[in-house]
Design a protein around this ligand. Sequence first.
Ligand SMILES: *Cc1c(COP(=O)(O)O)cnc(C)c1O
Length: 369
Amino acid sequence: MNVPFLDFDAVFSQSKAYMHEAVERIIANKSLILGPELDAFERAFADYCGVSHCIGVGNGLDALALVLRAMSIGPGDEVIVPSQTFIATWLAVSHVGALPVEVDVEPGTTLIAPDLIEAAITPRTRAIIPVHLYGQPAEMDAICDIARRHGLFVLEDAAQAHGARYRGRRVGGFGGAAAFSFYPTKNLGACGDAGAVVTDNADLAAAVRRQRNYGSEQKYVHVVAGHNSRLDEFQACVLNAKLRDLDRLNAMRQEAAAFYHTRLAGHPNIRLPETRSDREHVYHLFVVQVPDRDRVLQHLRRVGIDAAVHYPTIPGDQEAYAFPVDRRSCATGRRTAQEALSLPFWPGIEPAQQEAVVSALFEALGHAR
Ligand SMILES: *Cc1c(COP(=O)(O)O)cnc(C)c1O
């Protein structure tokens, strides 16, 4: 059986109806940018996250960068980021002229290790960006505690964790602000690029609002040298419709994850994603760690199983970050880059498809039992 990494038709068939509806509504509204659809989505998504403000922006990278910019974080400042993440977390820091300072991740969760953070803090440190990688919230209480003691700003990178909960509360309201991406394949995905910032801080919300729209609140009055990064009406309309499905789709992801957990448990050569009992993982991806990953990946592809790797090279080892900086120890992040294997996964993947993935994995790694 051939199993794609993600079944485009299964995932986007529902979006088709939403896209048609969005076109009709936008033509009726006669507004394409900063109109009623965005207002409605911003209210709905803020409510969903349990925070008071949401600002729609062009994409997830801009969501991160515009918060840093709004906080006046820039040249001479340092921002703590995890050693293993999608590179956008680091790029946001670089784009405002600050220095990303890496802190290694924990081996089982691939989330930033709270007990390594304090050693990376210097007088220039301004902020910490914990990433809720693969859909599991980082350890926010410990991280916010450290931040409070050192006067640091916390920006959640929630691009992979729409709806995930930490100690019963949804991500987005733990730090000073949170950044979301609605890239089409994310748990809440638009039909193009889109992102958002959520926060409980009214002043910060206003500053991000200015940043996304040329530094302006009132037409042709520019109080800061801002950007142009807005969430357009078409994407807002699609997102509004899809937000109503998010919890149901996340539950389907959790069901598919439980299947993999059950079938793969106990295999000596498969490290399953560790989930902490105080968190609700929404499984943006289902990432196992295996020895000799590239050989396993090749075997899977040979038999028609389209697995993937998130992410094969940690940001600090990319050419983009080849300048001399004070590299920390990031042995765990680097090891996960070598061993991580993302199994075919989407809400609605069939048990028979998952069973085919499991069989192919056992062929490659040997049966456990
Ligand atoms: C997708 C993603 C981003 C960036 O979002 P874009 O909308 O693609 O710019 C940032 N951080 C993480 C962890 C992501 O997965």
